[in-house]
Design a protein around this ligand. Sequence first.
Ligand code: NAD
Length: 342
Amino acid sequence: MGKILVTGGTGYIGAHTVVELQNNGYEVVIIDNLSNSDIKILTQIETITGKKPGFVKLDLRDKSLIIEFLKEHTDISGVIHFAASKSVSESVKNPLLYYDNNISTLVNLLNSLSDKQVNFVFSSSCTVYGEPDILPVTEQAEIKKAESPYGNTKQIGEEILKETANATDNLKVIALRYFNPVGAHQSALIGELPNGVPQNLVPFITQTAIGKREQLTVFGDKFDTPDGSCIRDFIHVVDLAKAHVAAIKRMEAKQMAAAYEVFNVGTGNGYSVLELIHTFEKVTGKQLNYRIGPPRDGDIVKIWGDVSLAEKELSWKAENDLTSMLSSAWAWENYINNNPLN
Ligand code: NAD
C-alpha cells in the first residue's frame, strides 16, 4: 500500500479519515495550513491509533511548496483532498477567497501531481443538487445553479476533476458528495472544532447545551415538511470517514467503471431540524434553549440521498443512527470544554 496524502487532514472530516486510514494499515501524510484546525489534533490521532501521522504545514495556494513537498514524498499513491474553505455565508461576502482557496488549490495540486499515477478522492457536497425535484436524490439528478460561491466551487471542482481524469491515464478520481456530517469519534478525542460562532447546526446545539451560546435559532418552521422545519440527511462523521477508505480501496483494486466516478454519501434517511433537536434532548437529558426565527435565503427545504450506488460499488454503508451521532457530538463537546486544545 502506498502512502496517502490527506490535505486538510487536521480538520474535522480529515482527522476522522486519517484515523480510519491508519486503522486500515495505511501510511498517511497530512498537508494543512492550520487555518481552520489545531496542530494538537495530531496528538489526539496518535492517542487513538497509536501512530502519529506525517504532517507538513503548507498552504496549497502556493504551488512551489507543493512541488517541494512532492520531491520529499515520492511514494504517494493516493490523495484525499479535504482542504478548502466551507462557510456558505462567508463565501457570499468574499467569493474570491473561495475561488482562490477551493479552486486554485485544486488546480495547483493536480498540476503538481500530473506526472504521477494517482488515485484522488474529492470532498464534494450534496449542495450541488440545490433543491432536488425527486427524493431521495440520486447521482443522476440535475446539477442546479449553485446558490453560493461555496456551492459553485464544489460544482467547478467536480468538472475540473472529471475533465482532467478523462484527459490523462495518470489520474483516477472518486468524488464523494457528502450529505450532512455530524458527530465525533467514539473516543471523544476528535470532533468538530468550529472557529468562533458555529456555522453548522450540531456544534451550535452542543455549544448551547453546554452554556457557551445562549440560544439556538431554528430558521423557519413553516416549510412544506411534516413539522415545518428543514430536512437533512445527517451522517456520522466516522461512517463518512470510512467511505473514503472504501473509495481508496476501490481505486487500488482497479474496480472503477470509469476514470471519474461520483457517489452520494449519506444514510438515505431524512430528519428534520426539530427532530434532531428533540432527539438531542432525549439522548442527553438536556433541555435546549431554542427559538424559531425567519427562514434563511437560499436554504434547501428538504434533501436526503439515494445511497444505493455507494452501498453496491463501494461495499460501504452508514452504520450509525441519529442517537449515536448526537451522543458522540455531546461527549466531544464535554471533552473539549474540559480539555481545550489551546
Ligand atoms: P475543516 O475546515 O474542518 O477542514 C478543512 C481543513 O483544510 C482545515 O484543517 C484547514 O486548516 C485546511 N485548509 C484550508 N485551506 C487550506 C489551504 N489553502 N492549504 C492547506 N490547508 C488548508 O472542514 P471539514 O468540515 O473537515 O470539511 C472538509 C471538506 O469537506 C471541505 O472540502 C468541505 O468543503 C467539504 N464538505 C464539508 C461538509 C461539512 O458539513 N463539514 C459538507 C460537505 C462537504
